[in-house]
Design a protein around this ligand. Sequence first.
Ligand SMILES: [Fe+2]
Length: 242
Amino acid sequence: MSDTGRLIPRDRSAHPVAFDPDYKTSVARSPSLPLLSLGSTPTEETGPTFGHGLIGPLDNNLVLNWTRGEAQAIGERILVHGRVLDENGRPVPQTLVEIWQANAGGRYRHVKDGYLAPLDPAFGGCGRTLTDAEGYYAFLTVKPGAYPWPNRGNDWRPAHIHFSVFGHAFGQRLITQMYFEGDPLIARCPIAATVKDRDQLDRLVAPLDMAAARPLDHLAYRFDIVLRGRSQSLFENRPEGM
Ligand SMILES: [Fe+2]
């Protein structure tokens, strides 16, 4: 294959602003001083390297992985699947995809989550997998519940799954959230509202995918993740990329 793609510069104007008072936490978290640009180091450019030996057989099965297959998590069973693609639409293989989410009642298994919905003793809420040669990944999980959060009095997060895509270097890690088609809470969420461009927000909403649903077993949602900044020649002669 030859390299026919071109590097498309990042469009910083398309990124949500860091300071958005309707999302109260962003007031304290957003930078108060101009950003500095730091060069990357070999540590950030060469590691980590992931292999299939790192991934257990149940790691992408959140219905079973917390109990190591002993019991099933409670909730609406769903397959969340898609491809990791570069900005030119090419698959990104061997990429670590990690997810974390609340349980079906909207409760995280986290020491700081005090929501009154109960923990599910059969659900941990984390999973990971490597994309295959076509950039494809899949998780079997339960649909997370919406949950309230202390922001403006009565704000609720829409059902969502957090995603991390690690790439092949620390400097490439990307984190985002996936929402579910048809959820009326998306339009009311101050965090989702930090994404001002409707098309960008729509790309974070996974459509129901009945073609991948399994009768009498699970529904499916399709979530493709498109990355920027990688040309095909890097895939050919330097698989670890950067
Ligand atoms: Fe969350």
